[in-house]
Design a protein around this ligand. Structure first.
Ligand SMILES: [Mn+2]
Length: 388
């Protein structure tokens, strides 16, 4: 399969054409992107998840204690007993980390970098339910999983766009409709960042939102400079050994600016550090407490593998790899490790394989660097034993 192969999930267009014409540019409605799609989660199971302490969930009631009332989970059985018949939505975040069949959806999006994917949020709405007209700063694929939802899309928004006076939800004061579709199970709508959208349940319905992450420019600058600063000793300062006699001692002259720019360029231009920071930042888990790991003896790990144990990626872990002048970098849940180039295939395996076991690890179990890496990933929590 090449990037020019027509993809059913993109309605028969290729990854190349999608990226060129739609990605981050304009919406794309894909009828029957996943024909025959059956939600692996029922509405009851989704409500069940929202009762759990560690699960991030919200309810939006259009006619609650106030218009567009937002409630945050965890909820109780009573919460659901007291809800009206219609016009409310339950949203549960990161269901892909809780239900493996939902995580499997990621395989349909391999034409995009996996480290750009944030999570799969699932929403269940009663008839008339919706969260109001709004925009997001992220790309999203909205997959209709059950029932029908009417999606209206509108204008391109930004932080200047007028919002309703509402503390909790960012609802647009002004929605200028451009298009409207009713999505049926298996249909999918791609929305680039900042396009106003408004989904209303036609009947009880469930929608999967495959959301992407992209750092803001402000985040890149503040986080990268914080990261850089840890490597800079206090004595490294603005220096002006080339100072010329001042014409006016009160004036900051152009040469001061030139020295500052030189200082910034010297550090900000370090590509290896930039990549290291970026890989760590993009693989930071959404819920770090779920990537805890623990102590394990190297001998015990390899004995278990020899006895048929299987390692899988922690569903809350994030992994990516890259290449630098002095070797390979593996990014695992916010940490980076510099590794020798001969581990390339192992890194790919760790990032992509459904399971790691004696058979596919064979070549690496005799390699000292490979063994060290596997132990490190288990201790760190990015890899764990599959429950049999
Ligand atoms: Mn949205």
């Amino acid at each position: 399969m090449t990037s020019d192969t027509p993809l059913e999930v993109l309605g028969g267009i290729s990854a190349r054409v999608f990226l060129r014409d739609y990605w981050q540019k304009k919406p794309l409605l894909i009828r029957q992107a996943l024909p025959g799609f059956q939600s692996p989660v029922t509405a009851d199971e989704l409500a069940g998840l929202s009762l759990e302490e560690e699960v991030e969930s919200r309810l939006v009631l259009e006619h609650g204690d106030r218009p567009w009332e937002l409630r945050r989970g965890p909820f109780t059985e009573e919460t659901y007993g007291q809800l009206p018949e219609r016009d409310w939505t339950l949203l549960v975040q990161a269901v892909d980390q809780l239900i493996p069949e939902v995580a499997d959806l990621a395989r349909h999006f391999r034409f995009l970098p996996s480290w750009r994917i944030d999570d799969v949020m699932i929403s269940f709405a009663t008839p008339g339910g919706g969260v109001g007209p709004h925009f997001d700063n992220y790309d999203v694929f909205l997959l209709q999983a059950e029932g029908r939802r009417r999606w209206k899309i509108g204008q391109l928004c930004d932080s200047e766009s007028a919002l309703l006076e509402h503390g909790d939800l960012k609802i647009l004061a002004d929605f200028r409709q451009a298009d409207e579709w009713v999505l049926e199970p298996g249909d999918m709508l791609y929305l680039p960042p900042r396009v106003a959208h408004y989904g209303i349940a036609e009947d009880a319905c469930m929608t999967y939102s495959v959301g992407f992450r992209a750092p803001s420019a402000a985040e890149v600058l503040t986080h990268f400079t914080d990261f850089l600063a840890q490597f800079l000793p206090d004595e490294e300062r603005y220096g002006d050994a080339d100072l010329e006699p001042a014409k006016d001692p009160h004036q900051i002259q152009a040469d001061a600016l030139r020295r500052l720019k030189g200082l910034l360029d010297e550090h900000m231009g370090d590509e290896r550090l930039l990549l290291t920071w970026f890989g760590q930042f993009m693989t930071e888990p959404r819920y770090p407490e779920r990537v805890a790991g623990g102590e394990i003896e190297e001998g015990d790990l390899f004995e278990a593998l020899g006895d048929g144990a299987v390692l899988v990626r922690n569903p809350s872990a994030r992994l990516a790899w890259s290449e630098v002048d002095i070797g390979l970098l593996l990014f695992a849940s916010g940490q980076s490790t510099l590794l020798p180039v001969h581990l390339r295939e192992l890194l790919k395996l760790v990032c992509a394989a459904d399971a790691l076991h004696q058979d596919n690890l064979q070549a690496w179990l005799a390699d000292e660097d490979g063994r060290t890496l596997l132990v490190q990933l288990v201790k760190q929590g990015s890899l764990e034993f599959a429950d049999e």
